[in-house]
Design a protein around this ligand. Sequence first.
Ligand SMILES: *Cc1c(COP(=O)(O)O)cnc(C)c1O
Length: 452
Amino acid sequence: MRKIILDEKDMPRAWYNIQADMPNPLPPPLNPATGEPITPDMLSPIFPMNLIEQEVSTERWIDIPEEVLERLLMWRPSPLCRATSLEKFLGTPAHIYYKNEGMSPPGSHKPNTAIAQAYYNKVAGIKRLTTETGAGQWGSALAFACNQFGLELKVYMVRVSYNQKPYRRMMMEAWGGKCIPSPSPDTNAGRKYLEENPDHTGSLGIAISEAIEDAVTSKDTKYALGSVLNHVMMHQTIIGLEAQKQLAIAGEYPDVVIGCAGGGSNLAGISFPFICDKIHGKDVRIVASEPTSCPSLTKGGYVYDFGDTAQMTPLLPMCSIGHGFIPAPIHAGGLRYHGMAPLVSKLFMDGLIEAKAYNQLETFAAGIIFARTEGFIPAPETNHAIACAIDEAKKAKEEGRERVILMNFSGQGIIDLPSYDAYMSGKLQDYALPNEEIQKLLKELEQYPKPR
Ligand SMILES: *Cc1c(COP(=O)(O)O)cnc(C)c1O
């Protein structure tokens, strides 16, 4: 079978919450001022209570509301494809499957949670959302979702990306969202940075500060985050739940499940249902593929760290290279986050997830191979998962074993073609973050407790 399409009636009707099955519970987020755990009501100025409840829930299954299902059905269930041309090209006995999340309207897995978050805000009486975006994938997904539920949206987009990458801003505007460059004159935080430097190029940390300030000071407004948080990981599990049904139709079970990892949400989405199997005795490996320029799992520490550069958020227990990290300008913008979702971090520390880091050039080489065999041009982030899947397929060839590889194709790369252009004309380079640099960034966190 080249691709396995589920009937609409077979789309999962509940999300899987891995907090019900983890061998060790997740350490709580902490208030940086007191070192005490954050209580749900402390988060209520930022998020609606229904999402805060999901964030701390330990129920195994949470029903997907009818109005969310209706929207997800616009592009789901997503196809599970067998990469037979890639297998042939590699001469591998491995079976490579990829779950194509690039078919959603914004072109990635992100609307799986954007739709859910917009819905829960809507039913909580919220009229308007704010968020930040780097390269624009999250901003465009949330603009699509807010439009579906009649919410207003304001996106603070890092100024350098706003100027260099206009297409996702145009997508946001096509869906009715408002997108402005950050730092902006619209918030106290933004004005402060603009006074220092009117041409400030911005950063994700500043954009987060602006979006949160806007949410807590505006009427009927909340803030939305596209990765990292527990409820975001849970909304993405529909990917892995569908893949389980599709592989069963093909009569297969994966030896290895692979996802690229920035904040951790697409990896969580494809892998958490399989980690549940693993916890209950199945033999399956899970591999996170990250960039060498931002190696939070392979080289980071397991620490309590801030979620953002500006230290506005609670302390989160995560694998991190430190919130002071200034990312190299690699083209996989979605993988440049200093930390990793607390759920993914804990499962990594408990040995249920492995990690591998790849250089920028080898990931683009893998993306080109994929485009020239399977046809789809992947997002630069997705290329990390493909590089890892190709490695696994080569290992299978060396061992002469018929390994089954499942990979998440987190998004398509049509809007990222300038990055491919830079790669093909020899303008891209590798960046590896030196160990000394990471140790320096982590040193600042020694004043905070250690998560266990
Ligand atoms: C945002 C993004 C990622 C990285 O985010 P995660 O939360 O780690 O999934 C990966 N791939 C694509 C296509 C993205 O847009």
